[in-house]
Design a binder for this molecule. Structure first.
Ligand code: 5AD
Ligand code: SF4
Length: 449
């Protein structure tokens, strides 16, 4: 019996790639195990977006180095594999497989080479027009499913490794996306999440040439699906039609993640982001004027080379103006082979930390303010789990907010009785910066969204 273990780092694209890789291995006769000690094949699906993420895999490889003597085979997949290539063999000689995401279609062949006893097997070509589609995906969640609609990235943000690690942009046909979404609905999934590095750069390669908004509307119409999410959108490709689609179909979740990176047009230009602060604000205005209350979230990089105090204060004013529902803040991290590496005015680490903490504090106050608007309203949640420590059910609203709640009829899971996977109305009674809390509603007053 061949066994494998897979650990995933990084974004949702990686999480979903791991589901597809696991499915492919199961199809090849492998069995998945939950800890590396029991596995013959140990795979790490890696992320290299920031230096810290990249270091994680090397410390993991060190940790299990001794095990390689016991006949275990190690593989590095994903963005670090693509970025470092054969150098990984030098740094961690016990690794036998190095493959980037653009090579996963070749995974069955690579596995055959490994099983034949090949000590060094690689899949590193980025020269692909294909996406990694497989009917064998082994999904981690029985209620919410990821669907890749576009892979790779054709943008060239000055700080970012992704164009180098995931290769050129390629979209799946709308027909194959819809086929997958329909079959998921038939299998009982009520929520799907459309994935892409730039999900809204989607362009159907078949004759219909659907754009992202058209595809989104079509997925929303599939019988059996109750929630459709999508991530990540790029401001340059954001169109009003996406807001119109959300406004017209409640099944399309009213949440948009739209990374801004900086509030300064000057920094945006040096980041090669392809939009100015004003152009970004236009997208925000479309959402603020929508009929539905659309939650807006973002990513921000502080301490990009050359970011002055004045530039940073423009980011502060932008977040105060927009009032995001939540944000990820990152300190700029130097990445190999990226244009920004050659910029000379790098910001000291302590200054990056100061800006990070300042922004985090401001955003915390904004989130408390925004979340407190929900107290007294009733929101529909999709129940995702049960927290044994707090004795609360964990729900998620259409706006992607965590809403923990108690249900007097079922205070905890009992045998086969669980609320997980169900949709229910919850009265919000408390709000914190990062989540809401409440109790199951018996009747339904108006909701904020
Ligand atoms: N340093 C810091 N943050 C980065 N991101 C991408 N590249 C870098 C980098 N070199 C952030 C961006 C992106 C998110 C996924 O990671 O904000 O939107
Ligand atoms: Fe990390 Fe980016 Fe690769 Fe996702 S695409 S795993 S965030 S480097």
């Amino acid at each position: 019996m061949k066994t494998f273990y897979i650990e995933t780092f990084g974004c949702q694209m990686n999480a979903h790639d791991s589901e597809k890789v696991a499915g492919t291995l199961l199809q090849q006769g492998y069995t998945q195990v939950e800890n590396p000690e029991e596995a013959e094949l140990i795979l790490y699906n890696t992320c290299s977006i920031r230096d810290k993420a990249e270091q994680k895999v090397f410390s993991r490889l060190q940790q299990f180095k001794r095990e390689s003597g016991k006949g275990k085979v190690f593989g590095v997949l994903g963005c670090v594999a693509q970025q470092e290539g054969e150098k990984i063999f030098e740094r961690a000689p016990h690794v036998s497989l190095v493959a980037g995401s653009a090579s996963y279609t070749k995974l069955p062949q690579l596995l055959v080479q490994l099983e034949a006893g090949n000590r060094r097997v690689t899949g590193l070509s980025l020269d692909t027009g294909e996406t990694f589609d497989t009917p064998f995906t082994r999904r981690d969640n029985p209620h919410r499913a990821y669907i890749t609609i576009i892979e790779g990235c054709d943008k060239a943000c000055a700080y970012c490794v992704v164009p180098m690690t995931r290769g050129p942009e390629r979209s799946r046909t709308s027909e194959s996306v819809l086929r997958e979404a329909r079959s998921l609905a038939e299998l009982g999934y009520s929520e799907v999440q459309l994935l892409g590095q730039n999900v809204n750069s989607y362009r159907d390669p078949s004759d219909t040439q659907w754009d992202f908004a058209r595809l989104l509307r079509a997925v929303g119409e599939i019988d059996g699906l109750r929630r459709v999410r999508f991530t990540t959108s790029h401001p340059r490709d954001f169109v009003k039609e996406m807001v119109a689609a959300i406004d017209q179909d409640e099944r399309l979740c009213n949440h948009v993640h739209l990374p801004v990176q900086s509030g300064s047009s000057d920094v945006l230009s040096r980041m090669q982001r392809l939009y100015s602060r004003d152009q970004y604000m236009r997208c925000i205005e479309w959402m603020k004027r929508a009929k539905r209350d659309i939650a807006i979230t973002t990513d921000i990089i502080v301490g990009f080379p050359g970011e002055t105090e004045a530039d940073f204060l423009e980011t502060v004013s932008l977040i105060e103006q927009i009032e995001y529902d939540s944000m990820f803040i990152f300190k700029y991290s130097k990445r190999p082979n990226t244009p920004a590496l050659r910029y000379d005015d790098h910001i000291p680490e302590e200054e990056k930390t100061r800006r990070f903490l300042f922004l985090q504090e401001r955003q915390r106050a904004i989130q408390i303010r925004r979340n407190s608007r929900y107290v007294g309203t009733t929101e529909e949640v999709h129940v995702e789990g049960y927290n044994l420590a707090t004795h609360q059910w964990i729900g998620r609203t259409s706006q992607n907010k965590t809403l923990n709640f108690i249900d007097p009829d079922l205070p905890e899971p009992r045998g086969a009785r669980t609320l997980v996977g169900q949709y229910m109305d919850v009265l919000v009674t408390r709000a914190g910066p990062n989540s809401l809390a409440g109790e199951r509603a018996t009747n339904r007053p108006a909701s904020i969204s």
